[in-house]
Design a protein around this ligand. Structure first.
Ligand code: ZN
Length: 325
């Protein structure tokens, strides 16, 4: 049975509006590292959580766990947004997930249309973000996205949380290119390079989702034979029709592999996802508490490993422009 999308949005808004804890802190210690430029990294550390540090080739039960088993591990039924997409509301974490209705394994155009259609209806302060294998996903190749609160309830008021502040790290270059279709493309200058796509008012949210699928998922991810990966950020209630996409090499999904981290940290296979791309670092290791060693310069060096070459950046811009013309 399909749940009307407006009802799904209402259920998610209720959960996001009731968040009282900062999702990035989640009971852990945090350390803010500010550089000379107006850039902020937030490092959180606490209990070991190995899921995103597992080597998928070892076929561990946790690394094989997929969202199709939502009811089993979330303890409640998922809602059917469409024939292709389900929504799971995670009350204890004050967030929601969207995922493929069946073991795909690949995302499809309708998943992206549903994601944007839902984002348009949410009234709470929210972020819709997409992780995929090669860009930080902790599960098998599927469409899966998270819908996070960007504020928390404190003394009866809604105040911005850490993720909200980290999103300010994403900066677009001022001179965008306007295509014949009315789509505007700007380069992103976040620690991880990317593009900001602003879609015209003549396009519906679902149409925007389908365009995002054909230009970024098919055009860039499939076009590069999966060597390029991406994360998507949508805050429709703040910037309607604007989609930020950070793009990097799948080979650098674990940026610590092959880098001198100055200490024998255990989570060298840490797969970096959407949160790390904007400067949120749930390090899970107390070693990172030493900000004299793991300083701003250190983190900048790690990010520089993930930065695409100028040739590749230009190819990405050309390909997306061709597909959105
Ligand atoms: Zn599955």
């Amino acid at each position: 049975m399909i749940t009307p999308i407006a009802d799904v949005a209402t259920a998610i808004d209720q959960i996001l509006d009731s968040a009282t804890a900062d999702p990035i802190e989640n009971g852990q210690k945090t350390l803010e590292i500010n550089g000379d430029d107006p850039f902020q990294f937030v490092v959180a550390w606490g209990e070991e959580h190995s899921r995103r540090e597992l080597e998928p080739e070892l076929l561990n039960p946790k690394s094989r766990e997929c969202f199709c088993d939502w009811a089993k591990w979330a303890g409640e039924e998922a809602l059917n947004v469409s024939d292709h997409t389900q929504a799971g509301v995670l009350r204890r974490r004050s967030k929601a997930h969207l995922f493929s209705a069946s073991c795909g394994p690949e995302p499809c155009s309708e998943n992206f249309a549903d994601m944007l259609a839902l984002a348009e209806l949410l009234t709470s302060s929210h972020l819709c973000t997409l992780n995929l294998p090669g860009s930080g996903a902790s599960g098998p190749q599927h469409f899966h996205t998270q819908i996070m609160p960007l504020s928390l309830r404190d003394a009866g008021k809604q105040v911005p949380n850490q993720i909200h502040r980290l999103l300010d790290n994403i900066k677009a270059k001022p001179n965008g290119m306007t295509l014949d279709s009315g789509v505007v493309i700007c380069e992103l200058d976040s620690p991880v390079w990317g593009v900001r796509l602003e879609f015209p008012k003549t396009m519906s949210a679902s149409q925007i989702g389908k365009k995002l699928f054909s230009s970024v998922h098919q055009g860039i991810r499939y076009g590069s034979q999966l060597r390029l990966s991406y994360n998507v950020y949508v805050r429709w209630n703040v910037r309607p029709r604007v989609v930020d996409v950070t793009i990097r090499s799948s080979a650098h999904e674990c940026p610590f592999l092959g880098i001198d981290t100055k200490a024998a940290i255990e989570n060298v296979r840490w797969r970096w996802g959407w949160l790390e791309c904007i400067g949120g670092l749930p390090a899970r290791s107390a070693a990172f508490a030493d900000s004299s060693v793991y300083d701003h310069h250190f983190w900048q060096r790690v990010y520089s490993r993930m930065t695409l070459t100028n040739d590749i950046k230009q190819s990405v811009l050309n390909r997306i422009s061709e597909l959105l013309i």
